[in-house]
Design a protein around this ligand. Structure first.
Ligand code: WQD
Length: 316
């Protein structure tokens, strides 16, 4: 029952691979992934957007009798996608096209796709349902929505069975050695500032929210990895519809609330610099999670404090 995990040496991918164990076949170009995270697993260094990727992926799927693919390999920096849209399309859409073509040739019919809340753009709602119109506001979010369309079209053309998982804000560490090494999101950025003896920055305190800072739905990376396992089990055992699921806690936390939890966990009563809000930041982005709870039987187990504590312990 081998499962090919693209981006499997990445922060999220390595947590999925850890849960799958030796069933996981890792594909990663190590541009962001770290090989030591997947020591002991079958692992192939491969850029899925490269010219020979389709052929190499098909051969790997046949060699290891792969029955499902979990696809996480993608460029995922919003600002970078705005500056280099062509590269994002070439990497994220081109890579996915190679992967789906290889799956079709190798007869691999089960697919879990790492999508994102960025597909929603800036919805003006308390919480987001999967039925909401998706209006992404940056090329990164657009590549994730197009990826969902590609899965849908493959399902129509040759019967691919797929699940799209729209991640909300992922953080924490299931195992210290698998911690997020990128300093690209709120919690690791604040930690890096504290380690450097600098004041963390809060982007905006005049949003239409209770404390003026942006609200996000934080989910522990281990809970997220478990959602992938639940999606694989669903694909193997169920034919019900609903192939797209929000993956979040269903409740929101503001930036100031996260800062307070970081103060509590680190024991540091630090000050912050409040700066103007970032362009493109929605005031609130929280998931409705009834569909994944009802269909996959999955829900978050970790609290925001668990998330922050696990991330802090991993770098302390
Ligand atoms: C969270 C909040 C910032 C840093 C991004 C992607 C999204 C998904 C998750 C992949 C915002 C504020 C941040 C800082 C701050 N990735 N902030 N000070 O922007 O919600 O989502 O990551 O799927 O697609 O867009 O995450 O962690 O950057 O920001 O005040 O130093 O924290 O303004 O309100 P975001 P984030």
């Amino acid at each position: 029952m081998s499962v090919l995990v693209t981006g499997g040496a990445g922060y999220i991918g390595s947590h999925v691979a850890r849960l799958l164990g030796t069933d996981a076949i890792i594909v990663d170009d190590f541009s962001a992934g770290i090989e030591t995270r997947v020591r002991g697993l079958v692992c192939e260094q491969l850029d899925i957007a490269s010219a020979d990727a389709q052929h190499r992926l098909e051969a790997l799927m046949r060699k290891h009798s792969v029955t499902a693919v979990v696809h996480l390999a993608a460029r995922k920096k919003v600002g970078e996608s705005v500056e280099q849209p062509e590269w994002y399309y070439q990497q994220n859409i081109g890579g996915m096209a190679n992967l789906l073509a290889a799956m079709r040739s190798a007869g691999v019919m089960n697919f879990v796709f790492s999508s994102s809340a960025a597909t929603y753009g800036m919805p003006d709602v308390e919480s987001v349902s999967e039925d909401l119109d998706c209006r992404p506001i940056n090329p990164y979010g657009e590549t994730k929505l197009i990826g969902e369309w590609m899965s849908r079209d493959a399902a129509k053309a040759w019967g691919l069975r797929h699940v799209n998982l729209r991640y909300f804000n992922v953080a924490g560490a299931g195992w210290p050695e698998l911690a997020d090494s990128a300093v690209a999101n709120l919690i690791p950025i604040v930690f890096a500032a504290l380690k450097a003896g600098e004041k963390p920055k809060v982007f905006g305190a005049d949003y239409p929210t209770p404390d003026g800072s942006c609200i996000r739905d934080y989910v522990h990376v281990l809970d997220l990895a478990k959602a992938h396992v639940a999606a694989l089990e669903y694909l193997r055992s169920d034919t019900r519809p609903h192939s797209t699921f929000n993956v979040g806690s269903g409740s929101g936390s503001s930036v100031f609330e996260v800062i307070d939890v970081i103060r509590e966990v680190t024991g540091q009563n630090f000050e912050v610099d409040v700066l103007p809000g970032r362009a493109g930041d929605p005031p609130r982005l929280c998931a409705q999670v009834s569909r994944i709870e009802k269909t996959l039987g999955w829900r978050t187990e970790a609290t925001l404090t668990d998330i922050v504590r696990s991330a802090w312990q991993a770098i302390s």
